[in-house]
Design a protein around this ligand. Structure first.
Ligand code: FE2
Length: 393
């Protein structure tokens, strides 16, 4: 049938006249996967409009997703399902070290003014991706880390574009991914969009840097990055490696004029210190053959060190020494710094990655290998548990 101009105009008019709720929902940012454990994970994404969403789960076993009724998971608070623009769905009851496919569905809320009847737009499938749970039984553990990107999308893309989703166990952002969070949209756009495909199917571990504590909307950081402790510090385990993610907070004294009275990191660090002493004693952590501390600000001590760095060197470092940490990975300095064991009270090496490199880590129960790689894909340094490895070897 040949459509005349008048018929086409009529169709366009009908489409424009539809209420916004008649549109299908679409994802604005994400999804990304956080808080991965042996038995679950959390999927986070945002939509522009208030949307009722859910997630369907299936093992990654080659069966058709529509082969049978798949379990559904919702964003719930105390038993009530939530609609909104930020979607956080906890998936639970899984098996360790197993691959799963998840599908996100939603429908836009067009009218929820009545407590006894909500009107929705059409239901739509929003995306499908895969993810694998962690397992202590895994023989290896691998991840890629970036840090100090400060909103530079091109650097972020150059450092991540050749990482094959599913080829690593998780992706680690070690702080200062943006310079401040004055605007959540800016934060979402520069943290989760540049590597969107990777983050949809690779667990994300996000260690907060001092810059993520800045700005009028900085307190929303946790909303987008749920953890097992509901704080930016937490522990997790995969294969032979136990990880402790620590947060040094702001780098200068809380009384610094640029914080405008908002900073209370001295109290925060003190309570975190007590948590470190307890958390590192749990068997999941203490029994691990290899223990890695992740902290944006390295716990080193030098003449140019700011207040927080000196504080964590004096207080966090002895607790981490007692916990038997084997390695600390950091950023913050926009430079490549390797501090050998014993240089500043540390009983383990501290490696601060440059802002122009990604850090590739792989470990087995026999030890670990680290390579740093620049934006051109060139290896810039190699380390193992014995120290720096000559690249001529
Ligand atoms: Fe920093």
């Amino acid at each position: 049938m040949k459509l005349t101009t008048s018929v086409l105009l009529c169709l366009v008019a009908i489409f424009i006249s539809l209420p916004s709720g008649a549109q299908k929902p679409s994802i604005e940012h994400g999804p990304w996967i956080t808080n991965v454990t042996e038995t679950g994970f959390t999927v986070v994404w945002t939509t522009a409009e208030k949307t009722f969403t859910w997630l369907e789960l299936a093992p990654d076993d080659g069966t058709a997703l529509s082969a049978c009724k798949r379990p559904r998971f919702y964003n719930t608070i105390s038993g009530r399902r939530q609609a909104g623009t930020v979607h956080r769905i906890d998936v639970t009851g899984l098996e360790p070290g197993r691959g799963y496919r998840y599908r996100i569905y939603g429908k836009i809320v067009t009218d929820d003014s009545s407590a006894y009847g909500t009107a929705y737009g059409p239901e739509s499938r929003m995306t499908t991706a895969t993810v694998k749970t962690f397992s202590q039984e895994s023989e290896k553990c691998s991840f890629v880390m970036v840090n100090d990107i400060h909103g530079k999308d091109e650097t972020f893309k150059a450092l991540t574009q050749d990482i094959v989703p599913g080829s690593i166990d998780f992706f680690l952002m070690n702080g200062d991914m943006v310079s401040y969070i004055n605007d959540r949209k800016f934060f979402l756009q520069h943290v989760y969009d540049p590597a969107a495909e990777l983050l949809a199917s690779t667990p994300l571990v996000y260690a907060r840097g001092n810059h993520e504590t800045r700005g009028s909307e900085a307190h929303f950081f946790g909303q987008y990055n749920p953890t097992s402790t509901d704080e930016p510090y937490f522990i997790f385990r995969h294969g032979p490696v136990a990880f402790i993610v620590i947060d040094a907070g702001e780098d200068k004294p809380d009384s610094s004029p640029e914080y405008s009275g908002y900073a209370d990191f001295e109290t925060y660090r003190k309570s975190q210190l007590e948590w470190i002493k307890t958390a590192t004693k749990c068997p999941e952590f203490s029994n691990a053959p290899l223990k890695v501390a992740i902290m944006h600000i390295p716990a080193l001590k030098e003449k140019s060190s700011y207040f927080a760095q000196l504080w964590v060197n004096e207080h966090f470092l002895p607790a981490l020494n007692d916990a038997g940490i084997d390695l600390m990975l950091s950023g913050h300095h926009h430079d490549h710094i390797y501090i050998q064991s014993g240089q500043c009270g540390n009983k383990f090496p501290i490696l601060a990655n440059d802002d122009t490199d990604r850090l590739e880590f792989e470990a087995s129960s026999n030890g670990y290998t680290i390579s740093t790689v620049d934006t051109e894909g060139r290896i810039t340094s190699v380390y193992n548990q014995n120290g720096k490895v000559s690249q001529d070897e």
